[in-house]
Design a protein around this ligand. Structure first.
Ligand code: NAP
Length: 256
């Protein structure tokens, strides 16, 4: 293996990003494109996904939007088929779609609990399984799942037990798939962001957001761009011995 900057190139690679129409997913889709990958933007939001795909094409790579609900098996199968018919394969799968529900456990409806687990954990399973199937026949690839620092700490003051539990599930699912698929040259890792400024966090009460900054080591929230470097590393040939790992990118939040 030659050590040079080409290790980080994604030129010619084919990628999908779920939840790619905005927030962390959109920034990471643009990041993969900036390093040369063709990127399919997968999202439940049709128009936003089309807009993101157009922005990605402006980077000089191929991109298209796929409308899919990651909790619907038929949607995920159709997404994989759309990508297979356009590119023949997928090399990088960033399974990132997720939602949060901040309600005390005693008041949380079972429907709300199931919705969060369905999108955050079952959706990652369905999309990772689709990627695994394509990558096994294609000779390998890199899967990156979006977990959260909430897999490791209980955030406060906001109550969000379904989110925390679902993200802990993503970490252990990631490790399990890494072991199952290592013989197929598929690496499976996850990233665990700390608080990142997106539409997801913008909807949270301002006094809670202020509290997060007070608790933080760097005295700021993150921005999606703070996650770009780790995703390029994991998606690229710079990380051939990295699998089954979780990368916490939280500005030191969970250190204290
Ligand atoms: P975001 O701005 O809300 O973006 C998430 C995207 O996923 C939205 O476009 C959303 O569409 C889409 N989505 C939701 N449910 C979907 C489904 N069933 N099928 C397909 N797409 C769906 O959120 P974000 O902050 O970028 O978060 C991205 C990921 O990072 C999530 O997994 C989140 O848990 C994780 N994360 C975020 C933070 C943070 O502080 N922001 C921290 C740690 C981890 P809708 O708007 O229609 O729901």
């Amino acid at each position: 293996m030659t050590i040079n900057k080409e290790m980080f190139s994604l030129a010619g690679k084919k990628a999908w990003v779920t939840g790619g129409s905005r927030g962390i997913g959109k920034t990471l889709a643009l990041t993969l494109a900036a390093f040369g990958a063709d990127v399919a933007v997968v999202d439940i939001l049709r128009e936003e996904a089309e807009t993101a795909a157009a922005e990605i094409r402006a980077c000089g790579v191929d991109s298209f939007a796929v409308t899919a609900d990651v909790t619907v098996e038929a949607d995920v199968d159709a997404m994989a088929e759309a990508i297979r018919s356009r590119w023949g394969r997928v090399d990088i799968a960033l399974n990132n779609a997720g939602v949060v529900c901040q309600v005390p456990a005693v008041d949380m409806s079972y429907a709300d609990w199931k919705r969060v687990v369905d999108i955050n954990l079952n959706g990652v399973f369905l999309t990772a399984r689709a990627a695994g199937r394509m990558m096994i026949s294609g000779g390998g690839g890199s899967i990156v799942n979006t977990a959260s620092m909430s897999a490791w700490v209980v955030n406060h003051p906001q109550p969000q037990c379904s989110y925390n539990a679902s993200k802990a599930g993503v970490v252990q699912l990631t490790k399990s798939l890494a072991v199952e698929w290592a013989p197929h040259n598929i690496r499976v890792n996850c990233i665990s962001p700390g608080y990142i400024r997106t539409e997801l966090t913008a909807q949270v009460r301002q006094d809670w957001q202020d509290d997060w900054i007070r608790q933080s080591v760097m005295k700021r929230l993150g921005v999606p761009e703070d996650l770009a470097g780790i995703v390029v590393y994991l998606a690229s040939d710079a990380s051939p011995f990295t699998t089954g790992s979780d990368f916490i990118v939280d500005g030191g939040f969970t250190c204290v």
